[in-house]
Design a protein around this ligand. Sequence first.
Ligand code: AOF
Ligand code: ZN
Length: 382
Amino acid sequence: MEGSTSVRVSAHNVRRSRLRTRSASTLDARNRMSVQREQQRVTPRIEEAMRRALELAARGPATGANPQVGCVILSPVGDIIAEGWHRGLGTPHAEVDALSHLNAGEARGACAVVTLEPCNHHGHTGPCSEALLDAGISTVFCAIDDPNPQAQGGAARLRAAGVEVTGGVLGTEASEFLRPWLTAMRLGRPFVTLKWASSLDGRAAAADGSSQWITGEAARAQVHAQRSASDAILVGTGTVLADDPSLTARDAAGRLLPEQPIPVVVGERAIPAQARLRQHPNTLYETGTRDLGTVLSTLFDRGVRRAFVEGGPTLASAFVAADLVDEYLIYLAPLLLGGDRLALGDIGVGTLTDGRPLDIIAVERLGDDILLRARPSAAKER
Ligand code: AOF
Ligand code: ZN
């Protein structure tokens, strides 16, 4: 098998590189890194294992405070001997899950391929860096560095103990996969998805205010799936008072999906005791403020990493104006409504050159409707 040969070559190189790195103590840190990179080749087998680790990561929950992480353990000849993934806050990390499938001594000299830099902290569980060292792992490949200041440092810890650690394997794919969590950790606030549904001419309601489900069933099902994949769903007080939404995630038959977002109402007005939102399986959070920075940092502190903003136009416009939207989901129905009930109101744009440029990431057909996935233009990215 071509792949296993290349791992054998790489394990051999790893041993050589360890000797060389030791003798090269006068090189500066950057040079040492490049020696390691050269020696520990990222072979097709390692990339294949990282792809598998990403698949495993996706089995974990997309919601919650912790990232989705996957891990594959390869024997010295490149065979997969164990797999693991993280199942959410409080459960074993991917590396520990993978190692738990091996007998004592079986991981000695093996290679761990992990989608995130192993952690180095005592959080809900122990440090993965130490678990890997205790198991005798001699080589580690990871895709991305851990941005969490409390947890990071596993790569340095492992290197200090003589383990060869190579980062950046399928880094682009892994960063894209973990984009919401990474953005949340980087910015200290939840990743914000803004959704609206409008007619082709950008109207979110007809002249009489009627607005519910402009789009068809396929789009509706997708919105419910998005709600279910979010930690919190945000609406403004105006929308609650006008539409009395339930903000649950439901299937086509109207049954509750297993994962429900926390309903959050942004604004200062009180929500009536009989509002449907009060029947939501999760306790309603009334922010009592319109200050989006405060709202988002409070949600982050409560473990919210993905926030789904469902409107109405006042709240949506406030998020856009404050430059707090990371991703747009724009559902367009083949319908013209005219009038002045637009999906967005004032977003602080007075002249064309101040318009907010977006990059369209995907265009999907959903029944008769179109879904545009967009992001703030990369040229303007924070
Ligand atoms: C890993 N492997 O599978 C995960 C990691 O509260 P804890 O102890 O669960 O730690 C959570 C942090 O650990 C999380 O914010 C992230 O930095 C890292 N997650 N690390 O080595 C894993 N899920
Ligand atoms: Zn860990």
